[in-house]
Design a protein around this ligand. Sequence first.
Ligand code: PMP
Length: 308
Amino acid sequence: MPIQPTDKIWMDGKLVDWEDATIHVLTHGLHYGSGAFEGIRAYETPKGPAVFRLPEHIHRLFRSAKVYYMEIPFSEEELVQAVMDTVRENDMSACYIRPLVYRGYGEMGLNPLPAPVNVLVAVWSWGRYLGEDSQERGVRAKVSSWKRLDHNILPPGAKATGQYLNSSLAKVEALNAGYDEAIMLNTAGYVTDGSGENVFIVKDGVLFTPPFQAGCLDGITRDSVMALAVDLGYQVVERNLSRFDLYTADEAFFTGTAAEIAPIRSVDDREVEVAGRGPVTKALQKAFFEAASGREPKYDRWLTYVGA
Ligand code: PMP
């Protein structure tokens, strides 16, 4: 789906027209992948648009930037405000939000430190990332031949732009082979993430998801789903998962800001026990969307209302 332009993009402190939000071809980040980004969503609520877990996303952006020695020339509070302003200015009721911190124009070469650090926030409408019916029917996943980045190659906890070449290789391989999404293992052979999602399985009523040590991103949807699952009375266990665990799961699903909660129908052509959307996945989806759309007071603290 091509991006539908919105009105304004926030660039280094100013809202500029969508078509004027351009940068020089010799921008450092374009050549060396020297950037860090976030993916956030705003949802429609009875009190107007609200951004889901905004401070947590901005905090992760700062952590990603820190790994790459990028000093963001704004505070976390200022970027929280920038996101709110951008959503409001574009009159979006629900949208996807993309903050990006990148090494800008002025210097070339593999030492990024002399290059400036620039920041932008863009918003646009983005529907179901894994397909319109993905959240009901589920998706077909393929274990990738590409391993996910190892802690001592590029830190998998950082959401850095260049690191996503690894995810893109896995994604394209899966799509070319006729699947919807990839699941990446680490170099020891344990499950890490989808190309842009965390992975959960359900076995005998218990939820399992890989620990951070395995090399997954500390997904904010993952964290939300874990809290909601405990609330609903499920046990959640973080432990290494193997292909066998995926192939023999009762239910499996991806979580991510873009994908939200997407059931996994099959892995490498082995259907999970409840192929499609199982009862646990369905209960979590319901709880998640109630929280995100401001219909569950207990989770109001996860929402930042954009205001009029
Ligand atoms: N893993 C990877 C590799 C990702 O890119 C993402 C998307 N940010 C996730 C997991 C899910 O994270 P979140 O729920 O914070 O969007």
